[in-house]
Write a protein that binds this ligand. Structure first.
Ligand code: TYM
Length: 335
């Protein structure tokens, strides 16, 4: 009798603990983190090393790291199944990051749109903001991940990780797996409710266009009601029409929560008011359940830290083995 062996893919993804988790993070990436848990061997990281590439406050960083871990467990990351860890608890990331900086080129890093966007106009851009994609490549390659669930804005970074892995393997021998991005069909690019030509982002100057996972119902309803649409009042789904960016965003958020195609959603409403009211109800219903879990988990902070310690130990087992192979391949003398 032959046993049928099923290939279980390895998944790695990360999120920065810089500010609260918003609907873009959730629909673009985190929902996939949860749904993949029983399909794959999952490693999820709170990437605090990445969070110090821009100006930050140490005490706030510690708080947002704990807050983020709470939210991740609250949305359904199961510590029995998945490995959730804080990046700085696994020193192999910084070590492989250096090797990746010695694998990718200055030209490649200069072409990264995130660096161009975030560094623009800033007087004191940290060097680590420039080399950030090399560290992100290390995050992924350390776990020999097959798939990386992310939103659309991370596409270019994953492409760099793929190029780095290929270049390293060709130069020094087969060490790394070439990762594939895993980007959802709807929700990959949730836009700011006040400025729908821009993605919803923690670094927005005001939070009136963002919906946080921990936000209360009144505030969610208010923000959706005030979401910018257009003066035409023609409820159609035209994703390529920039004049319709506001309503496109609302239809796509609705679609992401219900799995109903945005075109069908558009056909079922006659005006913006009706769409906004129902969308607010949907979002509130979903986030209320998450908020209850956030409250429960927050009652036992020691348990949270214990789970993160277990996560880091499990992550280190995989990361240290890959790092060993990479150091050996590149020619470092074993200590
Ligand atoms: P971060 O922390 O900015 O965002 C976390 C995840 O949320 C997605 N996302 C969005 N998706 C849809 N619409 C939006 N408006 C939106 N905003 C954010 C992001 O695409 C991301 O998947 N560089 C990464 C963190 C990182 C990482 C990694 C990711 C570090 N190492 C390794 C994957 C693998 C970042 O800054 O994500």
């Amino acid at each position: 009798m032959t046993a049928s062996l099923r290939f279980v893919p390895r998944i790695l993804s990360g999120i920065q603990p810089s500010g609260s988790v918003h609907l873009g993070n959730y629909l673009g990436a985190l929902r996939n983190w949860v749904s993949e848990q029983h399909e794959a061997d999952c490693y999820y990281s709170i990437v605090d090393l990445h969070a110090i590439t821009a100006e930050h406050d140490p005490r706030t960083l510690r708080d947002t790291t704990k807050e983020l871990a709470t939210v991740l467990f609250a949305i359904g990351i199961d510590p029995e199944v998945s490995c959730l860890f804080v990046q700085s608890h696994v020193p192999e990331h910084a070590q492989l990051g250096w090797i990746m900086e010695s694998t990718v080129t200055f030209g490649e890093l200069s072409r990264m749109t995130q660096f161009k966007d975030k560094g623009k106009g800033e007087e004191k851009v940290r060097a680590s903001l420039f080399t950030y994609p090399a560290l992100m490549a290390a995050d992924i390659l350390l776990y020999r991940a097959d798939k990386v669930p992310v939103g659309d804005d991370q596409r270019q970074h994953i492409e760099l990780a793929r190029n780095a892995a290929t270049r390293f393997n060709n130069a020094y021998g087969q060490v790394f797996t070439i990762p594939e991005p895993m980007i959802p069909k709807v929700g990959a690019r949730v836009m700011d409710l006040q400025n729908p030509s821009k993605k919803m982002s923690k670094s927005s100057s005001t939070d009136s266009g963002l919906i946080y996972l921990s936000e209360d119902s009144t505030s969610i309803a208010k923000k959706i009601k005030r979401a910018v649409t257009d003066t035409e009042n023609r409820l159609v789904y035209e994703p390529d029409n920039p004049d319709k960016a506001g309503v496109t965003n609302l239809l796509e958020i609705y679609s992401a929560f219900t799995s109903i195609h945005p075109q069908e959603v558009a056909d079922s409403f006659t005006n913006y008011g009706g769409l906004k009211t129902e969308l607010a109800e949907l979002v509130i219903e979903h986030l209320t359940a998450i908020n209850l879990r956030i409250k429960e988990i927050s009652e036992d902070p020691n348990e949270l830290l214990r789970l993160l310690q277990i996560g880091a130990a499990k992550a280190r087992e995989v990361a240290s083995s890959t790092l060993y192979d990479a150091k050996n391949a590149i020619g470092f003398l074993a200590p």
